[in-house]
Design a protein around this ligand. Structure first.
Ligand SMILES: Nc1ncnc2c1ncn2[C@@H]1O[C@H](COP(=O)(O)OP(=O)(O)O)[C@@H](O)[C@H]1O
Ligand SMILES: CC(=O)OP(=O)(O)O
Ligand SMILES: [Mg+2]
Length: 394
């Protein structure tokens, strides 16, 4: 398929941009990676044929604007722009092209992914302004989880809440799971239909997913990307009664409490405000910081507990796969998570683990249950869908 496609992947505090010149390309011609957005320590780095390096105070909008300006000549005559959209609600079950009507529909579910959908919509609008006339495509995190059965996606609440308000578990990071499941099968030289996988996507947002024969059957995130594992700034699972208790005790309004659960909890909150970033916490821990250790220990235990729970979906698990920034790079964290999972004899090969996987991505000893590291590539998936949904000729 002809023409170039730009991919805009807005995470909660990151922005990944990639420009592809054809649908068959596995590596983009230009890549940009912005991290720690919304803080004083934000940075934007680029690889490929443009010059751009910025750091300091920067948000998603400033990073995307700087990139589009710097890459102006390469972005001429784009075939399409693919956007990651985290929450598609019940209306969007697969990738689609965007127009005023679909954008208005998306706005309605924005409150269900407060750290993401508003940024995703900002990216769509900014591209419409700075790159007018180019078709925009939305690729949803929720789409891959459409195969989760009702018994798994329902909460133990009145059924009318689901029927009337769409209260159910949706699941996120689906584009990542779609890529990693296919890539794992390719590396194992097996068909995805022959594999039962548990994938842990550990980045700023963290979730895990049970994939049976290529299809998502269970995942840890829910109605919103707040449920499940301990994350960078998000609490993950809590007792819902905690909200009433804290509201009555501290007289904080609901908005403030939700803000704390989304933006000031997780690794950041548990480390007493030290950091939401695993690299910083590991460094602090190695220097004897007890708060960092406490946060990391809780992160590892909660992750192991959820991975073990997901394994109830299978009679046999073919592989546990780590992905996302932490999953792909933090050997120490992978080792500690598996050490917390005591009823299965996972045994890592320390050379494989330290090098983030052998040639196939294996990190466990041969002859022991298979554990792998498989780097995700959400951008490539988004590019593929964008090529498919836009035409060869304008
Ligand atoms: N070498 C590393 N060691 C430990 N943690 C890492 C490393 N590289 C990245 N990370 C962590 O990965 C997380 C970001 O993950 P990433 O998947 O890139 O983010 P996002 O969810 O925004 O896409 C941060 O906590 C960061 O500290
Ligand atoms: C859904 C989600 O948590 O995304 P991210 O990891 O990019 O924050
Ligand atoms: Mg991410």
């Amino acid at each position: 398929m002809e023409g170039s496609v730009l991919v805009v992947n807005c995470g909660s505090s990151s922005l990944k941009l990639a420009l592809y010149n054809s649908a068959e390309e596995t590596t983009p011609v230009i890549e940009a990676n912005a991290e720690r957005l919304g803080t004083e320590q934000a940075s934007l780095s680029v690889s490929g044929q443009i010059e751009l390096q910025t750091s300091g105070s920067m948000d998603h909008n400033a990073a995307l604007t700087a990139f589009i300006k710097a890459a102006e000549s390469q972005l001429k005559g784009l075939r399409g722009i693919g956007h990651r959209v985290v929450h598609g609600g019940e209306s969007f079950i697969e990738s689609c092209t965007l127009d005023q009507h679909t954008i208005a529909e998306l706005r309605k579910v924005s409150g269900l992914a407060p750290l993401h959908n508003p940024m995703n919509l900002m990216g769509i609008e900014l591209c419409g302004e700075l790159l007018p006339g180019v078709p925009n495509v939305a690729v949803f995190d929720t789409a891959f989880h459409q195969t989760i059965p009702e018994s798994t996606y329902l909460y133990g609440v009145p059924y009318a809440w689901y029927e009337e308000y769409g209260v159910r578990r949706y699941g996120f990071h689906g584009t990542s799971y779609r890529f990693v499941a296919a890539e794992t099968a390719r590396r194992l030289q097996q068909s995805p239909e022959d594999l039962n996988l548990i994938i842990a996507h550990l980045g700023n947002g963290c979730s895990a997913c049970a994939i049976r024969q290529g299809k998502s059957v269970d995942t840890t995130m829910g109605l919103t990307p707040l449920e499940g594992l301990v994350m960078g700034t998000r609490s993950g699972d809590i007792d819902p009664g905690l909200i009433e208790f804290m509201s009555e005790t501290t007289k904080q309004p609901l908005d403030d409490l939700m803000n704390t659960l989304n933006r000031e909890s997780g690794l950041l909150g548990m480390s007493g405000g030290l950091s939401n970033d695993m690299r910083t916490l590991l460094e602090a821990e190695s220097e004897g910081d007890e708060a960092a250790q406490r946060a990391i220990d809780a992160f590892c235990f909660r992750t192991a507990r959820h991975l073990a729970a997901l394994s109830t979906n299978f009679t046999h698990t073919d592989a546990v796969v780590f992905t996302g920034g932490i999953g792909e790079h933090a050997a120490n964290i992978r080792q500690r998570i598996l050490a917390c999972w005591k009823n299965i004899p996972y045994r890592l090969n320390s050379d494989f683990n330290q090098s983030n996987g052998n040639e196939t991505g294996r990190i466990s000893e041969q002859g022991t249950p298979l554990v792998m590291v498989v780097p995700t590539d959400e951008e490539r998936m988004i590019a593929q869908d964008t090529y498919r949904l836009t035409s060869d000729h304008d």
